[in-house]
Design a protein around this ligand. Structure first.
Ligand SMILES: Nc1ncnc2c1ncn2[C@@H]1O[C@H](COP(=O)(O)OP(=O)(O)OP(=O)(O)O)[C@@H](O)[C@H]1O
Length: 267
């Protein structure tokens, strides 16, 4: 089983990802796709007059402050436009894909964090009314049911809280939890960069290999949202996934290239 997570930053070529995925699926490989949608969510939020608000925690992690209105915009884009766009591409390529959010069948479940600590102008404040959380449980029965019946699952945040409330969760860490729960042999985190760069945005500074027992050390090279990817990779390898690859989804055959050793390989 290979879990592929494709991001939602500008420049990602969903046609290339879907074509590669479809070819491998038709050749008999077991795959699941998880996707993001941050770039488009920012654009739609601006257009709807509710611009995105990103907060940085005291430990340096950046996240989207998700009030109820933001959550609804997030769902429109992630579960609507992006998810259905990917499912349509796969259907046109002859793959019977099923698009679901983590809320559906509680595929991704976790604790709702209503408040977040944010550093603003050098001061730490507590912001309430946040709809975020972290995936702690994965409904593998539903995934296996779909795979067993020949459907390719296309999954996206949000997740469900234990109380059944929609929560915004990080897609990379959700994909990591999924890979661990399914005992996947590889997790691919594909985005609009060649991999983890030692000096971002210099693409010639690509880090090619990260030892599985030392992933956290590499957090120092990741800025803002890349930190969650490194954290997700650390969680996946700690949970038994043999290989995590940060790969490029901007062109070519992103999945095949990553599995052939391009990008940053954590193993
Ligand atoms: N050291 C680094 N190496 C590579 N990218 C980095 C680094 N530090 C920060 N980044 C940023 O991280 C971004 C990738 O993370 P991001 O979460 O935005 O992508 P995504 O997975 O495509 O999005 P989504 O949240 O929609 O799933 C890159 O576009 C880059 O701007």
């Amino acid at each position: 089983m290979i879990v592929v997570k494709v991001g939602g930053s500008a420049g990602i070529d969903y046609d290339a990802v879907c074509a590669d995925l479809a070819a491998r699926w038709k050749a008999g490989e077991r795959l699941i796709l998880v996707h993001g949608g941050s770039g488009e969510t920012n654009r739609v939020a601006e257009a709807l007059g509710h611009p995105p608000r990103f907060v940085t925690s005291p430990s340096g992690y950046t996240s989207r402050f998700t009030d109820r209105e933001t959550l609804e915009i997030f769902e429109m884009v992630y579960c609507g436009k992006i998810n259905k766009g990917i499912v349509e591409r796969l259907q046109r390529l002859g793959v019977n894909a099923v698009g679901l959010s983590g809320l559906d069948g509680r595929i991704f479940e976790g604790r709702h964090k209503d408040s977040v600590r944010a550093v603003e102008n050098g001061k730490t404040r507590v912001l309430r009314g946040d709809h975020t959380g972290t995936v702690e449980r994965v409904n593998t029965d539903l995934i296996e049911l779909l795979l067993g019946a020949g459907y390719l699952p296309v999954l996206t945040p949000p997740a469900s809280s234990y109380e059944g409330v929609a929560i915004n969760v990080d897609g990379d860490r959700a994909a990591a939890a999924l890979a661990v729960a399914l005992k996947a042999e590889a997790l691919l985190l594909l985005s609009n960069v060649p991999g983890l760069l030692r000096t971002y945005p210099d693409e010639s500074s690509l880090i090619r290999q990260i030892p599985a027992n030392d992933v956290e050390t590499y957090l120092e090279f990741a800025q803002d949202r890349m930190k969650k990817k490194v954290l997700g990779a650390a969680e996946a390898v700690a949970g038994g996934v043999q290989r995590v690859i940060f790969g490029d989804a901007r062109a070519g055959q992103p999945i095949t290239a990553a599995l052939s050793g391009a990008g940053t390989v954590v193993s």
